[in-house]
Write a protein that binds this ligand. Structure first.
Ligand SMILES: [Zn+2]
Length: 264
């Protein structure tokens, strides 16, 4: 939760309320905002959180009334989100754009590896106990993301003769990548789910910022020279980017079990 949200919430106030609509219960996060003039609801697509912004003088009772009045809106908006794909046995997860089915291999040593089954389907095999499956898959994907992004960033940096400090992998939902003034290139691990040309484009984009710390026409000219797939990758992210956020959503973050089935 952002610090600002904490500052404006009164200490005795709950951070979230439960709202019932059509026999389903929805968790609604409360957030006080100094500049808010009225109550507003929004859905954060990446985390599936329902957030209710309250004006400074608003009350939890009024917030609840507002949320209950808009229960139908909450239900409809959550329904429209793509179905959550938690890291569990049977879930199909794209890796470098290729579908892999998660298979739990109990009792086998090792952690996570890929293999082909006899039909040529790609499998992501995970050893160990079920409660650790989510973390193992997540750690594996982060490691793979780091490896690919380090290789791609290194290639592009050499191409244009710049150096950077390091590549950092983050679990951020707001952006795919960023470049700090100190030369740290940060990326979302979810880029490993996208086809290679998309991850490559993001690496080139952040490396290009080492030369042009802006989005000027000079920046885009440099980037297109470095990465001719720029437009194709940007289009891919516009169309499919949001979908990448449904992978690895934990059941707690997705209120699915407490409401009726979501169709996609
Ligand atoms: Zn940028």
């Amino acid at each position: 939760m952002p610090l600002r949200a904490l500052l404006y919430r009164r200490p005795t106030e709950p951070s979230a309320i439960e709202v019932m609509f059509d026999q389903a219960i929805y968790l609604v996060r409360l957030r006080r905002h100094r500049q808010a003039r009225r109550y507003t609801l929004r859905i954060q697509a990446a985390t599936r959180e329902v957030v209710l912004t309250m004006p400074p003088r608003g009350s939890v009772r009024e917030a609840r009334e507002f949320a209950e009045k808009h229960g139908g809106w909450i239900a409809a908006r959550l329904d429209r989100l793509p179905e959550a794909a938690p890291f569990a046995s049977g879930t199909v997860v794209p890796i470098r754009g290729l579908a892999h089915r998660i298979v739990h291999r109990r009792g086998i040593r090792g952690t996570v590896w890929t293999e082909l089954d006899s039909y040529g389907n790609r499998l992501l095999c995970v050893a160990g106990e079920v409660p650790h499956l989510d973390r193992r898959v997540r750690d594996h994907l982060k490691r793979e993301a780091k490896r690919d992004l380090e290789a791609a960033a290194g290639r592009y940096a050499e191409k244009i003769g710049v150096t950077y400090k390091r590549v950092s992998i983050r679990d951020q939902s707001s952006r795919w990548g960023s470049c700090s003034t100190t030369g740290v290139l940060s990326f979302s691990w979810r880029l490993i789910l996208a086809p290679r040309f998309v991850l490559d484009y993001l690496a080139a984009h952040e490396v290009a910022h080492l030369v042009e710390m802006n989005h000027s026409s000079r920046f885009w000219r440099l980037l297109i020279r470095m990465c001719p797939d720029t437009h194709r990758a940007k289009n891919w992210l516009d169309v499919h980017g949001t979908d990448l956020h449904r992978y690895g959503l934990k059941p707690l973050e997705a209120p699915m079990p407490r409401r009726r089935r979501t169709t996609h």
